[in-house]
Design a protein around this ligand. Structure first.
Ligand code: C2E
Ligand code: MG
Ligand code: MG
Length: 732
């Protein structure tokens, strides 16, 4: 106590020995009162000298933290505390340092005791500090020399930790630990406010799991929850510190990506997310496979306010989901009508299917039909089977691709009727073919998951009289999601019927080997994507094809290689061991009448016919664009677009080597060099290659903001043209 007393502020110091001089008795009394108070209240007192070093601290405070007072007294006061490292910048109070520097009053400033200086290791202690500066001189309000602080402190650790936990619950999703809707919305607002002034871009990604509902329904909610947790972990792994991930609820997620607007990088990131989330999960010994769709909108190009950007990303997500799932999309203004579009499509499909039923007697349908694509043996070009591919001829919009309408049918349950119809129709048509020729029919995972499915197959076989060994059902790996037992039962029932099973699109997405062990497949179909790139030397596709064929051989399965279009591809896949090929090099899908006619005339042998070399796709486009040269803007027509170049019609007299800027619309400006010039047609090469838009189209990586475009438009409108602009008409 004596030691402590020495460190007390001078005016509090008193002596208990000897006769008290006048006034000293008073001081002693006050000291006694002070000590009483100090012992009985729950807080402590403290004081500093003018340099800010601790000159007094209540003994109870030292006892509480097991540190002798000598160790603390004399230390700079602010060095004993730190501000909250978990919530930097989120505290409303200014840091202690700030108050001390300004000699300002302290009102319940929340601080944490520095772990290494005070208190037992491993436990945080939080104090609320109050205090006022002590000034010398008579003037009570301001003025006078600063002598130091006098103050009090309270331990608020319990209260503070409870508050933090409450706000954590209010800010984070308890299931996945990701930010919740509330927090991510606030973060987005903060980011937009800051980025508007500093002119930085940002991207909002909206994500939605594909087929999550099936998992929830078949395996139960606890399994669904576990799946969401695992998905959250995978998202965090891909995104890292590039952005903040939130779960909005259900199977919806959102990712904020500051300073990212490069559509090439964004597309790569989205693809990585899709690939990782689509890997199988193990949940309670069940194998679960889901997918994910991604929609993206970019600030400030697709909107400048939060609501606008969220709506844009939502529309992009919607388009991704309905473009076949497991895809990404960037927002573009064309997407605005997509929701309405989808509703109309659903309605039209319902009508088309209704007319199937009414025409069931003869199995003809005015809108829906099946085409048959030959599967050919490579050694002698003999047709060994056909794959049935569905076609929908919309009365006003012409052909709609099955990759568009099959997902609609799956989502609405219409696939059950549609699939049963296709099965019946295909088996009946196959009855008119030679017995050696098989028929393959695609079966959706939704159909397969239905407990009646083996019964439907049995009925069709009975009704048409087709030999079960001639029917091959094409399944995709998505049949393995959901209930493992039900899947096993379906496989057994189908095998018992004697039909053959093929695994379609093999090698895309999932790690497939365990499925091969689990299910009795007779055939693997090597996905077209491997064939597409098998002639490129820097790709592993050819090796993968060889590996798949080798694996199938070892397991006693057949393989069909899909999508062979050119002779050089055929040479590669044959060298890798392919014995069955299905592709445009042999034949596109044909209608039944043509199939029968060919069978009569060509005796089941097809001579391959197609290009010698496979050329990476050049897209035929027909679109008006702006061409800017020497401050003048021309109108021209864009044709033949690829990632690296384009053909443009409508400008005459542009020398080879000229540098131009193409205005491809929506802020997409591309710098090009003219590589060919022939009358009104020029060929150009892009300085920076275009990137995928996720939907089979091409876009520029970056865009110019609307403001920059308006300024540029003003600049180019006045200048004189150097080239002749001619009108090009659309050719047939
Ligand atoms: P899939 O089962 O993998 O069918 C092969 C697809 O590749 C077909 O597209 C076919 O026309 C196309 N193809 C074949 N050879 C070539 C080629 O050399 N080059 C190119 N570029 N493409 C080739 P299609 O007919 O558009 O069908 C797309 C997908 O729609 C099918 O993929 C299948 O998953 C689904 N589908 C089609 N018909 C049905 C059906 O009746 N039921 C179900 N559930 N799905 C179907
Ligand atoms: Mg197929
Ligand atoms: Mg396929």
């Amino acid at each position: 106590m004596k030691k402590l007393l020495k460190s007390w502020p001078r005016e509090w110091r008193g002596s208990r020995a000897g006769p008290a001089p006048p006034g000293e008795e008073d001081a002693a009394h006050r000291l006694a009162v002070f000590e009483d108070i100090e012992r009985t209240i729950s807080g402590w007192f403290w004081a500093t000298d003018a340099a800010g070093c601790l000159s007094y601290i209540s003994p109870a405070a030292c006892e509480r933290f097991g540190v002798p007072a000598e160790q603390l007294v004399g230390q700079p006061f602010v060095s004993l505390f730190e501000t909250d490292p978990e919530n930097p910048g989120e505290r409303s109070d200014r840091p202690l340092q700030f108050h001390f520097g300004a000699h300002a009053r302290l009102n319940d400033v929340t601080v944490r005791l520095m772990q290494q200086r005070v208190g037992p290791a491993g436990r945080s202690a939080w104090w609320a500090l109050s205090g006022h500066p002590k000034l010398d001189g008579a003037k009570p309000e301001g003025g006078g020399k600063f002598l130091g602080y006098r103050g009090s402190a309270r331990d608020i650790t319990l209260e503070y930790e409870r508050r933090i936990e409450d706000s954590r619950l209010a800010e984070f999703d308890s299931l996945t630990g990701l930010s919740n809707r509330h927090r991510i919305t606030r973060r987005f607002d903060q980011m937009l406010a800051a980025f508007k002034t500093s002119a930085r871009p940002a991207t909002l990604m909206m994500l939605d799991l594909d087929r999550f509902k099936i998992v929830n329904d078949t395996l139960g909610h606890p399994a669904g929850d576990e799946l969401l947790r695992q998905v959250a972990q995978r998202l965090a792994r891909v995104v890292g510190d590039r952005g903040e991930i939130g779960r909005l609820g259900g199977d919806e997620f959102q990712i904020l990506l500051p300073d990212l607007e490069d559509r090439g990088k964004l597309g790569d990131l989205a693809n990585k997310i899709i690939a990782l989330v689509s890997q199988p999960y193990t949940i309670d010994d069940n194998h679960v496979v889901i997918g994910i769709s991604v929609g993206m909108a970019i600030f400030p190009f697709d909107g400048t306010e939060r609501e606008e950007i969220v709506r844009a990303a939502d529309l992009a997500l919607y388009a991704a989901k309905h473009g076949g799932r497991g895809q990404f999309r960037f927002y573009s203004t064309d997407l605005k009508d997509e929701k309405e579009e989808r509703r109309l499509l659903e309605e039209a499909l319902r009508e088309a299917i209704a007319s199937v039923d009414s025409a069931e007697e003869n199995w003809e349908n005015p809108q829906l039909s099946l085409l048959y694509q030959p599967v050919v043996r490579t050694e002698d070009h003999v047709v060994v089977g056909f794959e049935a591919l569905m076609r929908w001829e919309h009365p006003t919009r012409s052909a709609i691709s099955p990759s568009v309408f099959i997902p609609v049918a799956e989502d609405t349950g219409m696939i059950l009727q549609l699939g049963a119809w296709a099965l019946r129709r295909a088996c009946r048509d196959a009855m008119a073919w030679p017995h050696s020729v098989r028929i393959a029919v695609n079966v959706s995972a939704v159909q397969f998951a239905h407990p009646d499915f083996p019964g439907v197959v049995e009925d069709v076989l009975a009704a048409t009289g087709l030999d079960p060994d001639r029917l091959e059902l094409e399944l995709t790996e998505s049949v393995f999601m959901g209930d493992g037992e039900a899947t096993d039962t379906a496989f057994k029932a189908l095998k018992l019927l004697g039909v053959r099973l093929a695994l379609d699109d093999f090698g895309t997405g999932y790690s497939s080997l365990s499925y091969l062990r689990a299910a009795p497949f007779d055939k693997l179909k090597v996905d077209r994507s491997f064939v597409d790139s098998c002639t490129l030397s820097d790709h592993n596709s050819a090796k993968i094809i060889a590996a798949i064929i080798g694996l199938a051989d070892a397991l006693g399965m057949e393989t069909t290689v899909e999508g062979v279009e050119a002779f050089d591809q055929r040479d590669v896949v044959c060298a890798k061991g392919a014995r069955l090929i299905q592709g445009f090099l042999y034949s596109p899908p044909l209608d039944q009448a043509t199939v029968l006619e060919r069978m009569r005339s060509e005796a089941l042998r097809i001579v391959p016919d197609g290009p010698q070399r496979h050329r990476p796709e050049r897209r035929l486009v027909y679109r008006r664009i702006g061409v800017i040269h020497a401050d003048h803007r021309y109108e021209a027509l864009l044709r033949n677009l690829s990632a690296t170049g384009a053909r443009i019609e409508g400008l005459v007299g542009v020398p080879v080597g000229t540098g131009l800027v193409l205005d491809l619309g929506a802020g997409q400006l591309a710098v090009v060099t003219v590589s060919r010039s022939d009358d009104a047609v020029i060929g150009v090469e892009f300085e920076t290659p275009l990137v995928s838009d996720g939907a089979g189209g091409l876009v520029t990586r970056h865009r110019a903001s609307a403001y920059a475009l308006a300024a540029a438009a003003r600049m180019v409108s006045a200048s004189t043209p150097q080239f002749l602009e001619v009108e090009v008409r659309k050719r047939a």
